[in-house]
Structure formats: C-alpha cells, structure tokens
Design a protein around this ligand. Structure first.
Ligand code: SAM
Length: 190
C-alpha cells in the first residue's frame, strides 16, 4: 500500500512540525511509543511533556524511555491532560511545536479507563493557546467503543468550528474500512 496508514501518517505530520530542541506534548503516554518517538524527534536539547492518569502507563513509558536512554528529556506527568497548563514551565507555554493524543484505552489494560470528550476538548483548548505558529496537534480518534463514539461526536463539531483564519484542520482516514477504523484529526496553527 502506498497510502500512509493512520499511525505512520500521524508520525509524518509530527516529523514535519518538530525539530531538535523543540517543546512537544504527548497527551496520552500509554505504553510510551509516541513519547519515545517524540523524544527522538526533539533530541537532547528538546523537551517532551508526557501525561497519563494510570500508574501502569507512566511506569511502562518510563521503562521504555530509560531503555532507549532518552528519559532525561521527558517530563513524565501522572495527571490528566486536562491539567496541561499547570505543568508547563512558564517559558514553554506558547512554544509547543507538536503534540499527539492517541485517544481511547491503554492497550492490554482496563478498557473502562478511556479518554473522554470533556477532558480531551479541555486539553485541546489549552494546547491551542500554547502551539507556536505552524505547530501541529494530532489526535488519533478510536471510535470502535461506545465512549469513543461519544468522544468523536463531540470532538468533530468542536474542531470544525475552529476559525479558519487561525487554524488549518484536517481529517484523515480510510472511509471504506469496516468496524469504525481509527482516524486522524490534525490542527495546525496558522
Ligand atoms: N500513546 C500511547 C502509546 O504510544 O502507547 C497509547 C495511548 S492509549 C491509546 C490511551 C491512554 O490515555 C491510556 O493509557 C489512558 O490511561 C490515557 N488517558 C485516559 N484519560 C486520560 C487523561 N484525562 N489524561 C491523560 N491520559 C489519559
């Protein structure tokens, strides 16, 4: 297949927006794959803020980062992404080059603990203020479970209402796949 799948496309967008030394955010650390990817993108002089509400996710991410010797550039935050603004260093607010939120539940964990529209939208609102020009926020939306469908139904009208003078908003997904395949929403600050 020549078309980029959902996760490769998410990474392609981040690769276009993020450079060595940048400030970035992983809103949902989970097993730490995205945090590790971001840690490599920003290099030793950059900074990743990585959030998760579950201890197991924070521990798994810490181990992955440590195994790859990039833990030093990551601030692992055991808190909800809806509290994102509380955790930024003052000179990092408004300087975010890229962010990813891989929504849904912890793979292999408790499927009852999921991201929700209310907290996701709150985090997006805070992050939009902190994105720098041409910074990109990537959301991977999983809507194969009931809470994911509610989240999708609130997220889409929210992002569609963002003023086009200030943001480019993109939706990317495979429209002929069965069983509600994940899709991407990407927001670029103009
Ligand atoms: N990015 C991860 C990776 O690379 O492995 C996968 C993330 S997983 C699909 C979603 C994660 O979101 C779960 O670990 C869950 O605990 C976390 N989560 C749910 N609600 C959250 C919230 N309000 N703030 C931060 N993380 C949250």
């Amino acid at each position: 297949m020549r078309l980029l799948g959902i996760l490769p496309f998410a990474r392609e967008l981040l690769t276009r927006a993020v450079y060595h030394g940048d400030i970035v955010v992983d809103g949902t650390a989970g097993n730490g794959h995205d945090t590790l990817f971001l840690a490599n993108l920003v290099g030793e002089h950059g900074k990743v803020y990585s959030f998760d509400i579950q201890t197991t996710a924070i521990d798994a991410t810490r181990k992955r980062l440590s195994d790859h010797q990039v833990l030093d550039r990551v601030e692992l935050i055991h808190d909800g992404h809806e509290n994102i603004d509380k955790h930024f260093l003052p000179d990092h607010a408004q300087q975010v080059a890229g962010a990813i939120f891989n929504l849904g539940y912890f793979p292999g964990g408790d499927k009852e603990i999921v991201t929700t529209a209310e907290t996701t939208i709150s985090a997006i609102q805070q992050l939009l203020h902190s994105l720098k020009k041409e910074g990109i926020l990537v959301l991977v939306v999983y809507h194969g479970h009931p809470e994911g469908q509610k989240e999708r139904d609130e997220l889409l009208p929210f992002v569609q209402s963002l003023p086009q003078e200030q943001y480019h908003v993109l939706q990317y997904g495979f429209t002929n796949q069965r069983n509600n395949p994940p899709f991407i929403i990407a927001i670029e600050k103009r």
